[in-house]
Design a protein around this ligand. Structure first.
Ligand code: DLL
Length: 433
């Protein structure tokens, strides 16, 4: 159990004082040690000494995924590379991925955030946690692993897939804590039911789920299948990984460990900060990160913050469930995809037009993508054989670019909608909002 009442229930005034001190230190370090920040801040003439209050953070320019890609791979590190003990990278893109580096101290802080969350979910040293998140560059596997160690639980690092084996292990090893993405969790439960088992009898005490968008109906379904409470876990590679927000027993929003992350909500159009209880884009700052301090990162995730006291007694702000994105990134099977990647892949194949639509569905519980592409007039006259050939080529090209297998459909020339202004290329029929 990791429960530090003094920290987690700190009066807000005291917390804000602590945050200001840490913010000032972080900005000073970034300015001094990371040329990228130095240049960025100098360009807009904002300097570390300008941060006199917490509100002064608004003077600092934002950091986006593009900044992280530009400084790929190690341009945002604030320490000598030999002090970096672990590297992770965000899922999806095969172009330039986003890299996240951790020193020994960072790994400790990261595991502390997750350990606090697992404790909020009621898990401790008597528990056996089955972690179905992928172990590898994805932060879900190792993040939850480290957090579980910190609370003294027994961890089963089974990773993703092998659904039948997951079920067998769950029963044989006495799993009490289950960690998954919501879509995989439902699939796991339904597979067990199909095999004539009742997951409610498995003895699961608590479930932690996240890494992709979901709806309250999905949570209800998960809780019903397993007969256990399911708690939302949020996080992102750039800021460290899972643990930026985790729900407590009240299940009314995710507590952000505000001594470690500083959250803001902005209007994604005006980029102005907006007040509590209003939806906007979440912006996050690492307050205590040695290896790669990220300051004012635009997550593009839409949510709101509340500072009202929580039933559990913690004073840390709570963020709501993510209800959308301010860009067009979609996460499919846990992998982040931008329509621009699919466009790039399509354009590598001749005889098709740059008109396409991406349709994401979840026919039962797993995601599927269909990409509709307009054929050129010539191709249309070339007949079925050539069409099959081109369809396969597009499919391969998209798989190379995104790592995801999609269904490709060729449609008649000029049959897809044209857009004035911002194109809307993605139709997400999963109803996750
Ligand atoms: O998904 C980290 C993570 C691992 C979170 C395990 C929770 C559990 P990335 O792969 O970098 O990191 O993807 C980050 O996923 O910006 C959101 O758009 C989305 N996301 C993450 N958690 C949630 C959640 C991990 N609980 C991106 N609800 C984020 C909705 C989520 N979306």
């Amino acid at each position: 159990m990791i429960w530090d009442k003094q920290k987690e229930c700190m009066p807000r005034e005291e917390l804000e004082e602590l945050q200001l001190k840490k913010l000032q230190e972080t900005v000073k370090r970034a300015f001094k040690k990371i040329p990228y920040y130095n240049k960025k801040y100098t360009e807009v003439e904002v300097f570390p000494e300008d941060i006199e209050t917490l509100k002064d953070i608004e003077k600092l320019p934002f950091i986006t995924k593009d900044d992280l890609r530009e400084s790929y791979p190690f341009g945002l590190f604030a320490v000598d590379k030999k002090k970096i003990k672990e590297l992770h990278s965000s899922s999806g893109t095969t172009g330039k991925p986003v890299v996240s580096g951790y020193t020994e101290k960072d790994l400790d802080i990261w595991s502390e955030t997750i350990a606090r969350g697992l404790t909020m979910m009621g898990l401790g040293e008597d528990d056996v946690i089955q972690n179905t998140h992928g172990y590898g560059m994805f932060t879900g596997g190792f993040g939850v692993h480290y957090g579980s160690h910190k609370i003294g639980a027994t961890i089963i690092p089974i990773s993703t897939g092998q659904t039948k084996r997951q079920i067998e292990i769950m029963r044989d090893f006495g799993t009490t804590g289950l960690i998954f993405t919501p879509s995989y969790g439902i699939y796991l439960g339904e597979t067990a039911i199909e095999d004539g088992l009742d997951p409610k009898e498995f003895g699961i005490k608590a479930i932690g789920f996240g890494a992709e968008m979901w709806t309250e109906e999905m949570r209800e379904q998960i809780e019903k299948i397993f007969g256990a409470k399911a708690y939302n876990i949020y996080g992102l590679t750039e800021l460290m990984g899972p643990g930026v927000g985790i729900e407590c027993c009240a299940q009314q929003g995710l507590h952000i460990p505000e001594d470690i992350y500083y959250p803001e909500i902005i209007d994604p159009n005006t980029l102005e900060n907006i007040g509590p209880n209003m939806e906007g884009e979440l912006v996050l700052t690492n307050l205590e990160r040695e290896g790669m301090p990220v300051i004012r990162f635009r997550t593009k995730d839409i949510t709101s913050l509340t500072y009202e006291p929580c039933k559990c007694g913690r004073t840390f702000a709570r963020m709501g469930r993510i209800t959308g994105r301010s860009d067009d990134m979609i996460k499919v099977k846990g992998v982040a995809i931008f329509p621009s990647q699919i466009e790039k892949a399509i354009l590598k194949v001749s005889q098709v037009k740059p008109h396409y639509m991406i349709i994401v569905t979840r026919p039962d519980v797993l995601d599927q993508i269909e990409v509709k592409v307009e054929a050129s007039e010539d191709l249309f006259f070339d007949g079925v054989k050539e069409m099959v050939n081109i369809r396969q080529k597009i499919g391969k090209s998209i798989e190379n670019e995104t790592g995801i297998r999609v269904k490709v459909t060729l449609v008649e020339p000029r049959s897809l909608p044209r857009f004035e202004g911002k194109a809307k290329r993605v139709i997400d029929e999963r109803n996750l909002h």
